[in-house]
Design a protein around this ligand. Structure first.
Ligand code: TYM
Length: 330
């Protein structure tokens, strides 16, 4: 039987956080044996904000290195660069014509990003979810593993697919979001009521995947908790401690009850140290592999060229089918 298809991606903005790793990348690694996986570097999406061109090129290669360092096997997965497969932007134009302004105006990420970049509310930022829908629908993906913040974009993707299918007959697979129960929304360490985000202004709020062990320890030590001094899961009233428990639980594969038991009678000091050590232990080998891969740009190029070719083969079939369905002469 054919394996089910997965597609997901991360923007090549640099500064990936522990949130990106636990919410997305670490799940991808676990899925690579069971599914036919397409993991792309979302470089086109990053153009919705201003980037230094050289930095974007650098971040694109770095992200490929990080995918591999985190455990994605380039022989098992199709790892490719979004802009290298023209069908993404081609389908995006078509699907723009099947997506309503009202739908896009309701996207909370658009509202959020527009308020953060008030001087650059470009139309790419507005239509960004259509490009994301195109990424997914081009490959007939069954499942899309993402963090909680992408749920609304996935719902829109499903709506667009269903709308298109109802007009032209079965064309796109209607994908499901795969959002893990734990780790889908890692919160900031200083402000545990907001998600940990690469664009955070406060470096103490986020753990970068490239942070040194000393920085990781320092950041967890200073993480905001509460005055109860009891390791107990209560997202509503103890968001800081609950977030740390989520991080620890994901890495150690432990339930919240098991963590409560492990740290019963111990204060936050010991708990924070244990969380920091778990993160350091997980990230150290990833960092070592990442830095060594970065030196081998030829290898990185071989990986994405192989992936680009496989992605292109699949995507070009779908774009021809869509062109035909909407009435373009092909
Ligand atoms: P991006 O680059 O912002 O984030 C990449 C992935 O990391 C997840 N994530 C988090 N998960 C848990 N806790 C957090 N604090 C956290 N922060 C980020 C995101 O949910 C995401 O899964 N538009 C997408 C990239 C994209 C894409 C696609 C994804 C482009 N095309 C097609 C899936 C399918 C984005 O900006 O993710």
């Amino acid at each position: 039987m054919d394996k089910k298809v997965i597609l997901s991606g991360i923007q090549a903005t640099g500064n990936l956080t522990l949130g990106n790793y636990l919410g997305a990348l670490s799940n991808w690694v676990e899925m690579q044996d069971e599914y036919n996986c397409y993991y792309m570097i979302a470089d086109l999406h990053t153009l919705t904000i201003r980037n230094e061109p050289d930095a974007l090129r650098k971040h694109t290669l770095e992200l490929i290195a990080l995918y591999i360092a985190a455990g994605l096997d380039p022989d098992k997965n199709t790892i490719f660069i979004q802009s290298h497969v023209p069908a993404h932007t081609e389908l995006s134009w078509i699907l723009n014509c099947y997506t309503y302004m009202g739908e896009l105006s309701r996207m909370t990420q658009f509202k959020d990003k527009a308020s953060k970049h008030a001087d650059n509310i470009n139309s790419g930022l507005f239509t960004y979810p259509v490009l994301m829908a195109s990424d997914i629908l081009l490959y007939n993906a069954d499942l899309v593993p993402v963090g909680e913040d992408q749920r609304q974009h996935l719902e829109l993707t499903r709506d667009i697919a269903q709308r298109f299918n109802s007009i032209y007959g079965d064309t796109f697979t209607v994908p499901d979001a795969y959002i893990a129960k734990v780790g889908a929304k890692i919160m900031g360490l200083q402000n545990p009521t907001a998600k940990m985000s690469k664009s955070s202004q406060d470096p103490m709020d986020i753990i970068l995947l490239t942070d040194s062990p000393e920085d990781i320890r320092k950041k967890f030590k200073k993480a905001v908790t509460d005055s109860e001094n009891c390791v107990r899961y209560d997202k509503e009233n103890k968001p800081g401690v609950s977030n740390l428990m989520g991080i620890y639980g994901m890495i150690k594969k432990k339930t919240m009850e098991e963590i409560e038991e492990e740290f019963s009678g111990q204060g936050y000091g010991a708990f924070k140290t244990a969380v920091a050590e778990a993160v350091v232990e997980r990230l150290e080998p990833i960092q070592a592999k990442y830095y060594s891969l970065l030196e081998d740009t030829e290898k990185l190029k071989q990986i994405y060229e192989k992936g680009d070719k496989k992605a292109e083969e699949r995507a070009s079939k779908m774009i021809s089918e869509v062109y035909k369905k909407v009435g373009l002469v092909v």
